[in-house]
Write a protein that binds this ligand. Structure first.
Ligand code: ATP
Ligand code: MG
Length: 392
């Protein structure tokens, strides 16, 4: 029987919450593997066992498990029955020998783990005996430190799992274990990465995008839809609000000093997003700001924007630079979509000299001359909701 044995570590540390985390991970794995007709996913003695049907290629399973948040690593195993009271290592040796014959390596070691302490053999006994056998039949050197290949054996109560490959997962926590957050997504490189970072910490993301419509085409909206579909591979079900923002921007341009436009846009975005966030029970807002990257991301401007929200405003990329963010965007698969040209609403009417040190008092005075609450109400009312599922 072919299986994937999934390991998680952060979860294990969570004490009383452990069951909750584990069940969530099982549920997420079901969603991640649903279309592959993989149904048998069970938590078993501190790991999760995924039974892979014969007709499903391992590569497909690997691709899915590699991006399931909360998976620290997994083994692709062959399992054999084990009699706890009278363990017989013969079949384990045969399977191990066959697995090694498919690999190229010069040195190896065997690493065994015993999940049930009633087993009369210790992990070390198993390592020594199977390792000795494999050395004899393959002629390859046993090397305990930095071998070319590690053969893993996991001894559970009724079965043993043997694997020549251990594959890293993304780590983090299962999506859904840290509540919901509302992610402001722009179509640029940063905000999809910011959303991903929060998902990886267990948050379910609800997306909010502000479009320059009716002043610009729907191009940016299509791009954002594509990005949300991509990110849905990490959380299986997503909701996206698209808020037409062009009219509001026109009002700001007509009634406020040019230098403050971007900060004013942002403060209204944050308020609209907050209203939408509350509908979904989100506990925070998330943006892709990184300190000092552009004029709206100076310490003063970041503070003034944040002050418009009552919910916490999280900025997971604040201390990252563009190269680090770009690498992460490539890794999660959003980069090529993000760099497609679009008409972002923030680029509408951008002044030549934006204020980089906006003072709270100045912005409050300017806002008194604007119909802020009407803008917010309008934005919320006109927001269009769409849903996404994985696989699409
Ligand atoms: P990004 O690459 O995410 O666009 P950026 O470096 O271009 O970020 P800004 O354009 O100043 O920086 O945007 C900062 C953050 O504000 C974005 O990461 C996003 O969270 C939010 N934001 C900006 N524009 C929009 C928009 N049109 N819709 C939703 N959120 C937006
Ligand atoms: Mg941008």
């Amino acid at each position: 029987m072919r299986c994937a044995i999934v390991h998680y570590h952060e979860l294990a540390l969570k004490g009383r919450n452990r069951d909750f985390f584990e069940q969530r991970l099982v549920r997420n794995l079901r969603l991640a593997l649903k279309d592959l007709k993989i149904r048998r996913i069970e938590s078993l003695q501190g790991r999760i066992r995924v039974t892979i049907p014969d007709e499903i290629a391992s590569d497909l399973v690997i691709e899915r498990l590699r991006r399931t948040c909360g998976v620290s690593n997994f083994l692709l195993t062959e399992s054999v029955p084990l009699d706890l009271t009278a363990p017989d290592l013969t079949t384990i040796k045969q399977v191990a020998e066959r697995q090694l014959s498919e690999q190229t390596f010069n040195s190896f070691r065997v690493t065994a783990k015993r999940a049930d302490k009633r087993l009369p053999l210790t992990s070390m006994d198993v390592e020594r005996e199977v390792g000795g056998y494999l050395h004899e039949v393959t002629g390859k050197a046993v090397k305990l430190k930095q071998p070319d290949l590690t053969l893993h054996i996991e001894l559970l109560t009724k079965e043993a799992h043997i694997a020549a490959r251990k594959i890293p997962g993304p780590g983090g926590m299962p999506v859904g274990t840290s509540g919901k957050v509302a992610c402001l997504i722009s179509g640029g490189i940063d905000s999809p990465v910011a959303a991903y970072r929060m998902m990886k910490r267990g948050c379910k993301a609800v997306f909010v995008h502000f479009s320059g419509r009716p002043l610009v085409s729907r191009d940016s909206e299509e791009k954002v839809q594509e990005l949300v579909q991509l990110l849905t591979a990490y959380q299986y079900h997503s909701q996206l609000y698209i808020v037409p923002f062009g009219e509001i921007q026109r009002e700001i341009v007509a009634n406020a000093p040019a230098a403050f436009r971007v900060v004013l846009y942002r403060r209204i975005m944050v308020r609209i997003a907050e209203e939408l966030a509350r509908r979904h029970g989100c506990w925070a807002l998330v943006t892709g700001d990184s300190l000092g990257q552009v004029a709206s991301q100076t310490p003063e401007n970041l503070s003034v924007v944040e002050a418009a929200a009552e919910l916490p405003l999280l900025r997971p990329l604040i201390g990252m630079d563009k190269i680090e963010i770009t690498e992460q965007a490539q890794q999660i698969g959003s980069f090529t979509t993000s760099i497609e040209p679009d008409q972002d609403c923030c680029k509408l009417f951008v002044p030549l000299h934006p204020s980089t040190r906006t003072k709270p008092d100045d912005i409050l005075r300017i806002e008194r001359g604007l119909e802020i609450s009407t803008f917010v109400k309008q934005g919320v009312e006109k927001a269009e909701l769409s849903t996404f599922t994985f696989p699409s």
